[in-house]
Design a protein around this ligand. Structure first.
Ligand SMILES: *[C@@H]1O[C@H](CO)[C@@H](O)[C@H](O)[C@H]1NC(C)=O
Ligand SMILES: *[C@@H]1O[C@H](CO)[C@@H](O)[C@H](O)[C@H]1NC(C)=O
Length: 365
């Protein structure tokens, strides 16, 4: 379960900028610095990285993208899209110089993308994905919004992450989570819940309907907030927030199960993969982390087990989970991965973890 926070995205901004300047000496002093608001402590970073607060006074900033003129576009939940002009004084001394409002729309809540040519801006609400013509020199939209995908509104997991493929230009991937912790309706493919789909903008002719249109990349994905394309081969990966308060055969196992997930969803360019369009388990099957706490389970960590929504004895259904796609990598329960980003070489990926309320022992916070 994710709980968005002001702090997280600010750190993400700092982390990304730091990542691009990994050689900067961590102890360098900047002429102007911002101080994090109490009670948030300054982050600690690995050797070779530097983290700085670059902007404050944003309302639940959820997603960031650089435009082609190096404005940092920020989608602020219940506000819209804001462009920050940054001042780079070298040595990693990056700070906001000015800002302007790009889009005023209080329904925008998470997703943001910009086309490779820098001329189209994308953002999402719970219900819709939109695009605008965009002038990067002025950091302004130059058209009204056009709705690309609609019919996505649901309760609980309301963010719709957007990702444009670089390998297959014009394909826009959209992630949609479940309506509740355990959403029985997502057992049906036709519900459109807990799915990632790709929509072809080259063939756009009025809004796509999420439930009925698009290419299904994966389903049974509870809430995969982060999604990325591996740059060498074009593999699509997502990171999943799995369920809270889990019990099995009447035993509370939520502190150490189920695992959060890194999932592999195949490719967009026609390379075949058994993972493409697969069912990844939710809401019937979940990934084991600590097998010692799962009653009557004979599998290994990273394999899937069932919890009995429709069957009193959970362990009887484990065999059925063999037909579901297990994750590429399990993570500790409740680490709450929110984003994933590959380096240009495809040799590493960064994942941000938010941490969750649903853990007696803090994890990833
Ligand atoms: C920019 O988008 C906003 C909101 O989506 C819209 O109201 C406005 O008219 C657009 N600006 C231009 C120049 O079309
Ligand atoms: C559930 O079924 C398994 C496998 O047959 C059995 O070992 C276990 O005792 C059963 N659990 C309960 C709570 O009845």
């Amino acid at each position: 379960m994710e709980r968005p926070s002001f702090r997280l995205v600010l750190l993400l901004v700092a982390g990304l900028i730091a990542g691009a300047q990994a050689k900067v000496h961590a102890a360098s002093k900047c002429a102007t610095t911002l101080t994090p608001a109490k009670p948030y402590p300054a982050p600690s970073v690995a050797s070779g990285y530097v983290a700085r607060l670059v902007a404050t006074g944003l309302t639940s900033p959820r997603g960031i993208k650089f435009d082609s003129e190096d404005h940092l576009l920020v989608v602020e939940q219940t506000v819209g899209v804001t462009a920050l002009t940054l001042n780079d004084a070298g040595q990693g001394c990056i700070i906001e110089k000015s800002r302007n409002t790009v889009i005023t729309d209080n329904t925008l809540n998470h997703g943001i993308e910009i086309s490779a040519d820098g001329k189209t801006l994308f953002a999402s609400s719970s219900a819709n994905a939109y695009m605008w013509d965009y002038d990067a020199k002025k950091a302004m939209n130059t058209s009204d919004p056009k709705t690309i995908v609609n019919n996505m509104d649901n309760s609980d997991h309301a963010t719709r992450t957007l990702l444009l493929s670089k390998k297959v230009p014009g394909m826009l991937m959209v992630t949609r989570g479940s309506t509740s912790n355990i959403d029985a309706s997502s057992e049906k493919k036709s519900s459109g819940h807990s799915q990632i789909k790709a929509f072809d903008l080259n063939k756009l002719n009025g809004p796509y309907d999420f439930d009925n249109d698009g290419k299904l990349m994966g389903w049974g994905l509870r809430n995969d907030v982060g999604i990325a394309e591996e740059p060498l081969h074009g593999g699509i990966y997502s990171v999943e927030n799995s369920v809270d308060q889990m019990s099995r055969d009447g035993v509370d196992i939520h502190n150490t199960n189920p695992a959060e997930e890194l999932n592999f969803l195949g490719y967009l360019d026609g390379k075949s993969s058994p993972n493409e369009g697969a069912n990844f388990g939710y809401p019937d099957c979940y990934t084991a982390w600590d097998v010692s706490t799962i009653p009557h389970f004979n599998g290994q960590p990273g394999e899937q087990f069932s919890i009995g929504m429709f069957n009193k004895n959970d362990s009887l259904k484990d065999d059925g989970c063999a037909s579901r796609q297990a994750p590429r990598l399990p993570f500790h329960p409740h680490m709450a991965p929110l984003d994933i980003l590959f380096n240009d070489e495809g040799s590493a990926a960064w994942i941000t973890f938010h941490g969750s309320w649903d853990s007696d022992v803090p994890v990833g916070q």
